[in-house]
Ligand binder design. Structure first.
Ligand code: SF4
Ligand code: SF4
Length: 136
């Protein structure tokens, strides 16, 4: 579900309850040209959001697990839907310790499409959520 800015309204609270572990904030987040900040040292502007030493987005509050710049998050974050990402299926079922671990698990996982677990959308009246217990 999108609006004129292509924002996807994924219910992230529900996603976390399902076990997504907010894996999306460990992915590479590309910045649009107008979002890139000019640098004083003359080097090219960074095209991606930075990561901390744990591989988490620098804007993630690791205590609350909430985005510290939610209202101003990059367009890539606004447009992302984990429901179209196979990694979501693996993260929910198998968990992970870091994004490399998740990618490795995904590379050897087979999950039938009919058992896919969906994170509901906030504006969806009847969320098509498949309970984890039903999918096992
Ligand atoms: S977009 Fe998906 S993976 Fe990311 S926090 Fe929300 S529910 Fe979790
Ligand atoms: S900017 Fe916010 S929503 Fe985007 S990856 Fe970072 S913490 Fe997640």
């Amino acid at each position: 579900m999108t609006d004129e800015t292509n924002t996807v309204y994924v219910d992230c609270d529900a996603g976390r309850r399902l076990g997504c572990k907010t894996f999306c904030c460990r992915l590479l987040v590309k910045l649009k040209p107008h979002e890139m900040e000019k640098r004083d040292d003359g080097l090219p502007a960074k095209g991606y959001v930075g990561k901390d030493t744990n591989g988490l987005c620098v804007h993630m509050d690791s205590e609350t697990w909430l985005c510290k710049i939610w209202e101003d998050r990059p367009e890539t974050c606004r447009e992302y839907s984990c429901n179209t990402d196979f990694l979501l299926q693996v993260a929910i079922r198998e968990g992970f310790t870091n994004i490399v671990d998740l990618a490795r698990k995904a590379s050897v996982s087979y999950i039938p499409k009919e058992t896919y677990i969906k994170v509901p959308l906030i504006q969806e009246e009847t969320p098509a959520v498949v309970e984890l217990a039903d999918a096992e």
